[in-house]
Design a protein around this ligand. Structure first.
Ligand SMILES: Cc1ncc(COP(=O)(O)O)c(C=O)c1O
Length: 442
């Protein structure tokens, strides 16, 4: 090889080597950037632990969390980062009413995401208008205000009740009566409406003019209402304090009392609304219409949305500038909620919730006959609970280890709020697992 030939040969070779490494490098980078849905997650086996540690290092510790990270869901099931599968009786706290990633909701989100994600409420928003029309068609309400969460919906209800009477020249009618063991949320107003020490402690002074009476006690409510009372606010069933179901006449009598004493009735249907009790709204099952109803959780089937539903009479007090929420009722969440309402609003769907709920209740009652540590079983539709003489947290942990998620809502109380698509077979699986857990505890 001559000198010139040798030089050309080296240049070509070097170029080839550079090109080769550049190509390999590019391939590695593109593989890393490109989502590979079917490839196993390279961190898979350690993932639960790694995500737990990351959470503990960087996320505010406001929740006592189980040491698993849920990364995928389909229908009644969720999977953790280490590949374990669970049957879900928690449903994101009564949110995933149609199960995980319900195809029609996912499809509606995809379509809307490609069209318009968010615009200001200074403009009309088609999915918002259509959702409000559906909610009012299916309920007592004439108007809807949209927000992002349950607590925000309740804040709106509190403001509206006060403003309604101010607009009628009754400035002193500012008092709101709520019930012991209620849960209305964590913001200042909603928390002040929530007479639980563990929620309110250390955050005072609370918003003034809240008064509390025992739940399911009409006589106490009668006594507490004064000329200063603008509203009574209750959950049709107290969810967070362990599924407390009132006497079936309670809401009807409350309705009559509120009308007679010129007080607004606010029903917090954040947990009971959207099919949970086997009626689209629980008030329909109890036969008592409110003036104001608050919704969130199941409404969006997994997307964050809250709503304040009201009659025309009170809605007059929410004129331009009185209230607002930047994200409230944005196109994306309303498109998802519309798809969800379309399914949950069907009569057959609700009948199925009632039938499955009855089956669930009967299976829990059967269990209580086997285990004397079960002190009480209660439920309506697909919101149910059992009280046990022992650690409900230990049972929930044991169930999780056996592949079922249940919720220990109070010490000694297990709550069941599965997706509304739960089947009798799913319930049988739960009962089998609970039987083993309770046997270990007994
Ligand atoms: C009856 C009720 N009201 C209000 C809330 C608060 O809702 P959010 O957590 O969406 O603010 C909850 C939440 O559990 C609830 O169950």
């Amino acid at each position: 090889m001559g000198v010139l030939e040798e030089l050309v040969y080296h240049v070509i070779r070097q170029d080839f080597v550079i090109k080769f490494f550049a190509l390999v490098g590019l391939r590695i980078i593109s593989r890393k950037l490109k989502p590979q849905p079917d490839a196993p997650n390279p961190l898979n086996l350690k993932m639960n632990k790694e995500i737990t540690q990351l959470t503990e290092r960087h996320v505010a510790a406001t929740y006592g969390r189980y040491p698993i990270a849920l990364i995928k869901g389909k229908g009644m099931h969720v999977w953790d980062a280490s590949g374990n599968k669970y049957l879900d009786f928690v449903a994101g706290v009564a949110v995933d009413s149609l199960g995980h990633c319900p195809p029609r909701v996912v499809q509606a989100i995809r379509k809307q995401a490609g069209q318009l994600l968010h615009v200001s409420n200074w403009f009309h928003i088609e999915p918002q208008a259509r959702l409000a029309a559906e909610i009012t068609r299916l309920s007592f309400g004439n108007k809807v205000f949209f927000c992002n969460s349950g607590t925000e919906a309740n804040e709106g209800a509190i403001k509206l009740a006060r403003r309604f009477y101010v607009d009628q020249g009754q400035k002193n009618k500012t008092e709101i009566i709520t019930t012991y063991k209620a849960f209305h949320g964590r913001t200042l107003g909603a928390m002040s409406a929530t007479p639980q020490e563990k929620i309110q402690k250390g955050f005072g002074p609370l918003v003034p003019s809240f008064k509390y009476v025992p739940f399911d006690d009409i006589a106490a409510m009668k006594k507490a209402i004064t000329a200063k009372t603008c509203a009574v606010m209750v959950e049709p069933i107290q969810g967070e304090s362990g599924v407390n179901i009132p006497d079936k006449k309670y809401l009807k009598e409350l309705r009559k009392l509120c009308t007679k004493r010129n007080v607004l009735l606010i029903l917090d249907e954040i947990q009971t609304g959207f099919g949970r009790t086997g009626h689209l709204f629980a008030y329909q099952g109890f036969g008592a219409k409110p003036d104001i109803m608050t919704l969130a959780k199941g409404l969006g089937a997994g997307v964050p949305i809250g709503a304040l539903v009201m009659t025309n009479r009170v809605a007059k007090s929410l004129g331009p500038g009185t209230h607002g929420s930047t994200f409230g009722g944005n196109p994306l969440v309303c498109a998802a909620a519309l798809a969800s309402v379309d399914i949950v609003g069907q009569k057959d769907f609700l009948k199925n919730v009632r039938d499955t709920g009855k089956y669930f209740l009967s299976r829990l009652k059967e269990l209580s006959r086997k285990f004397s540590i079960i002190k009480e079983v209660r439920g309506m539709g697909l919101i149910l609970a059992i009280d046990i003489d022992g650690s409900s947290a230990a049972v929930a942990k044991d169930c999780m280890e056996q592949g079922i998620l249940v919720n220990s809502i109070q010490p000694g109380t297990l709550r069941f709020i599965p997706p509304l698509i739960v089947s009798q077979k799913n319930i049988d699986t739960l009962i089998r697992v609970l039987t083993k857990s309770l046997a270990r505890l007994s």
